[in-house]
Design a protein around this ligand. Sequence first.
Ligand SMILES: [Fe+2]
Length: 509
Amino acid sequence: MVVATRLARSLSLASATRPTPAAGPFSASRLSFSTTRSPCAPTPDGDNQEGSIADVFSSLGGDAFVPLEPRFASLKQSLWHDGLIESWRSVLSALEERTAEIVERGNKVIPQVSYRDIRDGVPPALAEEIKRVGTVVVHDAVELGEAERWKRELEAYIKRNRDLAKGFPADDPQVWELYNSVQQTQARTHPGVLGTQKALLSLFHTSSPDSPVSVNTPISYYDRLRIRFPGDAIFALGEHIDGGSLERWEDPGFRSCWREILAGGPEPHERHDPWDLSPRLDAKTSLYPSSGQCSVFRMFQGWTALSNTAPGEGTLRVFPDVSLATAYLVLRPLFRPRRGREGKLGFDDWEVDVESTDFPGSVKGKGQELSDKTHPHLRLPETMTSVPRVKPGSSVWWHCDVIHSVESQHLGAEDSSVFYIPAVPLTVPNAHYLAAQRARFAAGTPAPDFPGGEGERRFEGRATVRDTHEGSGSAGRRAIGAERFVVEEGETPGGRRVVEEANRILGFS
Ligand SMILES: [Fe+2]
């Protein structure tokens, strides 16, 4: 028994002791760094402590269950009104239909596009599909041969500096503590990657033109890389959403992202708009001490493949309906199974719960976890859908609210290798992070959000600002904070101010 959520405990399905770290969806033996970053903690200025993903997710770390204080019951009471019963009924009904469709269609529900089809803007029908699913696979933004070359050269870089290179597991790393290689720098500033980021960021909108964000200005967020070996069963990660947990309900700014869901009435998942940036800019996603959180405001998480990877080969899995899953997640703490009807999913099998302090899968200072026990109506064992086959140069992008996990086993014959490259817009806090990241890059040390140490400071052949991709010119240099930002045509008033302020922060004015 590993899944040790508050809901499970409240139903006496799990003990309140430390979870066994040897098996199960969040066991410490099934770690993955593939999707570990999550918005948004304060940017650390000092040198960080060593850490791992076990710091990010409660059950990975085997944390003992700590009941929440009574004020969390008060929080639920403050959210409650009778209109939410109709919302819950509506969401359960929609999930019944949608989960059946997802199971039937498998990964055909996940849109795949060629870069040339989105380079000049995402066509409306495709945009609608991506917005519904929340995940997209983009092919041919990076030429296959170039991505293969990055991997070869990266392996040579590791070999050349093997005495200094660290990773996890320590004895034979598959996730390397590398941030400043020439190959990562080239990938982050590749014109196809920047163009993809721009296209995807454009799917978001602001409900106010004064919102302080520029979606026209993607910036680089330096993350790790993974070279997962065939046969590996170490790197896996259960279903989760990055970017805090209890904060979704507790922080008024974050909670305002769900205002249509919490307003009550039928079909909240149809009214909720995951693509409105404005409320997200005020969301506090990290109210408690935590480590391993992502400081930047990140709209899509993503990786760019360096190898051929098919379903079953250690790839990403997602729940492919972002708005419906979010509506369910947000309402879930307000309901519980009726005593004696545990395991049943009908509307009548559940009742209102505003007395307990239960927030299933939410633990202070950690990411939001989900399982078949905590969120049964999602039918996660059947609906978590592996992304389609990718080849070197393909990339996968998923909305920051998408439930995701990593396949527990890599059954392929080839390594499964990726650079973690998300899509991050320019905001004022992100510009501060970029300035700090730029300084770390110059010093050859890990990016500000990541475990500290000397990193690649003494590595032979690490990247400098001269190693941005030659195909992207100024755009590539801007993305890493090495050149002055410009106001793009059609920029909003809020975006214009952000560009000006970012230039000041980065010392360009
Ligand atoms: Fe993740």
